[in-house]
Design a binder for this molecule. Structure first.
Ligand code: ZN
Length: 156
């Protein structure tokens, strides 16, 4: 039997098939739920988890505790769905978070483009410098050869 105050809310078939929510570290909650009757699709005791995703953030649930094999999608909610106002607040917070992440990504892309442009300019300048050095060396060689009276055109 579940020892919490609220009775477990059984997940329907639809939620059993979908991916379990993301979770967050919560040492008070993340322990093997050996005293609970729930067993995952591996027929193994469940782990007590804390959802950290969308409007389910903060809801306790039992999920797959397997570490050595891929986890199954078993989810048994312990907490009921949050009240509508709390869901709306959580949705707004997650939207703000996603907007911030998007803005940072755009900022990073702009930075990367700037760095790429600088690197491209640097490469072009290095090529120009190399070309100049070769031309300058040829010019100096021509001047030197003319100075000593040996035309490079007659050479060889
Ligand atoms: Zn499992």
């Amino acid at each position: 039997m579940v020892s919490w105050d609220n009775p477990p809310i059984s997940s329907d078939d639809e939620s059993m098939k979908s991916q379990p929510p993301m979770t967050m570290e919560c040492t008070e909650w993340i322990i093997l739920a050996l005293n609970h009757v729930a067993h995952c699709e591996h027929r193994a005791p469940c782990e007590e988890l804390l959802a950290f995703e969308s409007t389910d953030s903060g809801r306790r649930f039992l999920g797959c505790a397997k570490k050595d094999v891929p986890k199954c999608n078993y989810v048994e909610w312990i907490d009921p769905e949050w009240p509508i106002p709390l869901k709306q607040a959580l949705a707004r917070i997650w939207t703000m978070y996603e907007e911030e992440v998007t803005m940072r990504l755009i900022h990073d892309v702009v930075k990367v483009e700037e760095v790429c442009k600088v690197l491209k300019d640097k490469r072009k300048m290095e090529n120009d410098l190399r070309f100049f050095k070769v031309n300058f060396a040829k010019m100096v060689a021509d001047v030197c050869l003319n100075y000593v009276g040996i035309s490079p055109k007659r050479k060889g």
